[in-house]
Write a protein that binds this ligand. Sequence first.
Ligand code: ZN
Length: 381
Amino acid sequence: MAGRDAPTDRPSDPDDRVPMIDGHNDTVLRCTDADRRTEAAVEAGVEPENVPDTDAAFLEGGAGGHLDLPRALGAGLGAGLFATFVPNAADPAFEEGSVDYAAGEVPPAVAPAIAREVVLDQLAALHRWDRATDRFRLIGDGADLDACLNAAGEVIGAIPHLEGAAAIAPDLSNLDLLYAAGLRSVGLVWSRPNAFAEGVPFLHDASPDTGAGLTEAGERLVAACNERGMVVDCAHLNAAGFWDVLDASADPPVVSHACAHAICPSSRNLTDEQLSAVGERDGVVGLTFGTRYLHPEGDQEAIVGLDTVVDHVNAMVAAAGIDAVALGSDFDGASITDAIGDVGRLRDLLDALRERGYDETEVEKIAWRNWRRVLTETLDG
Ligand code: ZN
């Protein structure tokens, strides 16, 4: 493993495996949300009366879903962005089935008070997990990240992320509180509007150019994240918002989970123009495994092989460059391709890249180096 520029003294991983950084999971949501936790556990064969609680579902595993501590350690995942996310159902006024996604509708904005309660609850879970075991650590800066990468296989590092900024007050008066609670990455929107920006709908054969860009509050939030060393994530933003962030932000652009629009023309994916802009600014895009963003026809039920996943990597590398492409699974947040299935088989993608001609330096860039460069520059900047 010579030639790693940093960290220099790894690996402690017993199998001398390449570490991995994953740009997006919704594992906190799966574990904290009783309905989701039960559904995933029962699907995995757990009797309904034996569904574990929030903390056991993550720390002990065996409760279904795509990622938990035992599986992530076994896979040698070094670190990941762990999202906090407010589901539609958190708002008692939300009617299930009321959004016509296929017609390009997005859910309504979430009330800030509801968003804050859910997000603080989810951040609290991350802190409990950090306290419960030496094998799970919250990451606050580049040194924390490197410590986790150096111990990949023995420790998982979590960068607390917010997917949709509704929990942040439009005057940013609680941003420092959220930072103090560990938050280090802010996705301005999920696919619904808020005080800062507009989310992109889940449409196939559609452009991401679907509405207005950042609001004034959105521009202030980008600047405030830059000041504090918090990542600004453009995933789920419409095109106007994406370009506004690229104009406004002093940090390398980040799109934590998306695929190549040139292969699967979902409004959630990035066009070649967007990909090359991320590459030119030394940013990073995390390749996501949601079937509907990978399959050329956007078919959520289709079988998508690793060959198609690598086709997306090729397209992203062609447009953005090898230094801009990374991992962004969406474990526990989407219906993902069976070719990967869960975190335990994430490494199969690295082998598929090698088989398609990526050399070891390129594989390492995609597996961890690109995320590490951008995260370190942003968190420590
Ligand atoms: Zn998402």
